[in-house]
Design a protein around this ligand. Structure first.
Ligand code: ATP
Length: 492
């Protein structure tokens, strides 16, 4: 097999932070290659160098057997987690955005539709190019983005955690497309922390640790998730049981008949002191909308929210703090991080008031608080005074998690809390949550990861189209039943 990409002895530093050290990376033509490693190990930086977004300090890059040029780097498409589609345009308009076919300034709409549809059909995807992007489910949005790259002649497609916000059914659609592209000679780089998916879809892999390649090879049937994760962290990951049964207290958060037209209907739910509940379902289940209304970020039409068994109406961030609730919304780029603030300020934002006396922040206390979390959940940072954008994606997520926890809340609502977080750090975060629950803090975890529910939750609510359709206790949580309910079926 020939290599479509060859990177040799790549080096890169950001200031004093040496991020890549003599990295060799090769990608075979017509293969799916996993790029693995803990958060902050340099995967994204290496790919940004491959596509020409960052310059390398040292090393060589070959694309299709010739030294890389800006033109050949253009044929490598980097599809990020946050997709760049315009919701209010049709699929074909997105496919041609910035490259529209025109005749004397007039759009050749028909030709764009026919050509785009033929292209989509040829790669075996069932997608109507005149559909509006806003009406597509998450997998078809991913697929549209990939098709756009292919229409611009991409030879290599880099996918950064493409399945993070997808459900199992949608993941299958994306995998189907990846296999079909591979069979047509396109090469794909799959960056992921979901090792089961790596074993399912990838042909080859490269594992990085602290800016160095520690191993690479074929994905064989004998290869296991444990082998991969041990190489990623450089030691045997302890496989200790996370879930521990605990005595639970009185209800701390109760929802009664909570309803909002077209989003959620008649939701009854209760969280006890020290309890960890999960809320899950497929895309469009309404769980994020429900809790965004509970914390006052949006509104609801009918029903009641009770804190400590007393009705409350949460309207402002001051209210949620007063009631002891902390909330981590999903989509960290849009809703979570404050890009202009540094890492320390982002983490401690909700408690800056508490750490201030007479208008002056107690820097000693601030540093101590931040350092505690940096250590506890292993946030990989060069300097906490750097802007948050200089952190790797997974480490930004950990900062946001620490931000929710540092307020000493009674109830913590976490939407997709371990998005982009590596396996080792996930386990650390789960242990933290379990330890905090033992002290009486309650958690609501909104997630589509069944393993997350199984490891953490005392109970899980399964939602479909805005309604709670089932409630399962810890021992009864299994993928089959959850999927059955989530897709509209009934448990016996
Ligand atoms: N623009 C930047 N300025 C300064 N430092 C940066 C910049 N981009 C990345 N880094 C640093 O480079 C290191 C590697 O980050 P990178 O994003 O490549 O990690 P990653 O392996 O992709 O992690 P993740 O799995 O969390 O996405 C990190 O220490 C990060 O702080």
């Amino acid at each position: 097999m020939t290599d479509v990409v060859k990177m040799r002895q790549i080096e890169k530093a950001f200031g004093a932070n040496v991020v890549l050290k003599r990295v060799d990376f090769a990608l075979e033509k017509g293969s799916i290659h996993a790029l693995l490693g803990e958060n902050g190990t340099g995967k994204t930086t290496l790919m940004n160098i491959l596509t020409g977004v960052y310059t390398k300090d040292q090393g060589d890059i070959e694309i299709d057997g010739a030294p890389a040029t800006p033109a050949s780097q253009q044929q490598i498409a980097f599809i990020h987690q946050e997709l760049s589609l315009v919701n209010d345009l049709a699929v074909y308009e997105n496919l041609y955005l910035g490259h529209e076919l025109k005749h004397y300034g007039v759009l050749r709409r028909k030709e764009m539709i026919t050509t785009a549809q033929a292209f989509v059909d040829r790669i075996g995807i069932e997608l109507d190019v005149t559909a509006m992007v806003r009406d597509l489910n998450a997998s078809y949005k991913q697929i549209t983005e990939i098709v756009r790259a292919l229409m611009r002649d991409a030879k290599v497609i880099i996918m950064d955690e493409p399945t993070t916000s997808l459900t199992d059914v949608e993941i299958n659609d994306v995998f189907k497309m990846m296999r079909s592209l591979r069979d047509q000679g396109v090469s794909l780089i799959f960056i992921s922390h979901k090792l089961n998916e790596v074993l399912e879809i990838c042909d080859t892999y490269t594992i990085m640790r602290d800016g160095v390649v520690v191993s690479s090879g074929q994905v064989t049937p004998e290869l296991t998730e444990v082998q991969l994760s041990n190489q990623m962290v450089g030691k045997e990951l302890a496989n200790s049981e996370i879930y521990q049964p605990r005595p639970l207290g009185k209800p701390v958060l109760t929802l009664k008949g909570l309803t909002k037209a077209r989003e959620f209907q008649n939701v009854d739910l209760v969280v006890h002191r020290g309890e960890i509940i999960g809320v899950t379902g497929l895309l469009g289940d309404g769980r994020s909308e429900l809790f965004s209304a509970v914390v006052g970020a949006t509104t609801f039409d009918a029903g009641q929210v009770l804190v400590n068994e007393r009705p409350v109406r949460i309207k402002t961030t001051a209210d949620i703090k007063r009631y002891g609730i902390a909330y981590l919304p999903k989509n960290r780029k849009e809703n979570g991080i404050v890009p202009d603030l540094n890492i320390e300020e982002n983490l401690a934002l909700p408690i800056l008031g508490r750490l201030s006396h007479g208008g002056l922040i107690n820097r000693g206390q601030l540093t101590a608080t931040v350092q505690r979390y940096v250590k506890q959940i292993n946030i990989k940072v060069a300097d906490v005074k750097d802007v948050i954008g200089s952190l790797s994606g997974g480490n930004q997520q950990k900062v946001l998690l620490a931000k929710a926890l540092c307020t000493d809340p009674s109830v913590v609502i976490l939407d997709n809390p371990t998005q982009g977080v590596d396996v080792g750090a996930k386990a650390e975060i789960y242990h933290q949550i379990m330890d905090l629950a033992k002290t009486g803090i309650s958690f609501v975890i909104l997630t589509s990861e069944i393993a997350e529910i199984q490891q953490l939750c005392d109970r899980v609510y399964v939602m479909t189209h805005g309604e709670v359709r089932a409630e399962l206790p810890h021992g009864a949580v299994n993928e089959r039943d959850i999927m059955l309910v989530a897709t509209g079926g009934k448990l016996d």
